[in-house]
Design a binder for this molecule. Structure first.
Ligand SMILES: [Zn+2]
Length: 245
């Protein structure tokens, strides 16, 4: 007859204990420290990575502007942007350069617009930080504007989407008088962009009453069709869709 566990007297239920092996202290201490150190390093790197997601590139103070970047790195409403590497830029029209990841999509967009009878012009693409500095400060002094007033319509150096090589200013060749002014919104070019630009991953950066509090710019579109472009515009996009603040 099989004996169940209940049949075994309590005193005999315990297995005889095996003699304990003495672990050498030094290797144990070393492996525990290595494991702990590794864990801490991983945590540190992770935290570092989380922090840099928001602070990259580091928000900078701009000489000549008293305002300071806010907790999201924004200066007077503009997010900080890195400058495109020179070898990532290609010429899309004489004098207009774009990041190569955006250039191909832009050519396809222009070709499609053209075959729909819409004649878009490219007013501006990549702008270096230095060019942006003159765009910001020269016009500011010409118009006798405060930094705050100027920042409503132009980004301070280091804070322009144009510096990434992923932003373009479009014009409509049939209405050149609307170049870089709000009435561009009444052109066939703008109408076409509104209906078709998304097919080429271009998005209007500063719609009317945008969350960044900047002026409406119907001519200014940014490319979001590559991982790099998306990463750079992530904060602006989150703000636009109400997921920041
Ligand atoms: Zn622009």
């Amino acid at each position: 007859m099989l004996r169940t566990r209940e049949d075994v007297p309590v005193a005999r239920r315990h297995k005889p204990s095996t003699p304990q092996r003495q672990l050498p202290i030094a290797p144990v201490v070393i492996s525990v420290s290595v494991a702990l150190g590794g864990g801490l390093a991983a945590l540190f790197l992770l935290q570092e990575r989380l922090l840099t997601r928001w602070s990259e590139p580091l928000p900078q103070v701009v000489q000549g502007i008293d305002a300071r970047p806010d907790r999201y790195g924004r200066l007077l409403g503009h997010f900080p942007y890195p400058e495109a590497e020179p070898d990532s830029l290609v010429e899309v029209r004489p004098g207009v350069q774009l990041h190569r990841q955006a250039a191909e999509a832009l050519q396809a967009l222009l070709a499609a617009a053209h075959s729909d009878g819409v004649r878009l012009s490219l007013i501006s693409g990549f702008r270096s930080r230095e060019t942006q500095r003159s765009v910001f400060f020269d016009v500011k002094s010409l118009r006798n504007q405060s930094a705050e007033e100027r920042a409503k319509v132009s980004a301070p150096p280091g804070y322009s989407e144009h510096s990434t090589g992923f932003a373009v200013d479009f014009g409509d060749r049939s209405r050149p008088q609307t170049d870089l002014v709000e009435s561009f919104e009444s052109t066939p070019g703008f109408y076409w962009l509104q209906n078709n630009a998304h097919r080429y991953h271009f998005r209007l950066s500063f719609p009317r009453q945008n969350a960044q509090g900047l002026s409406y710019e119907p001519w200014h579109w940014r490319f979001e069709g590559s991982a790099r472009a998306l990463e750079q515009f992530q904060a602006a996009q989150r703000l636009q869709t109400g997921r920041l603040n």
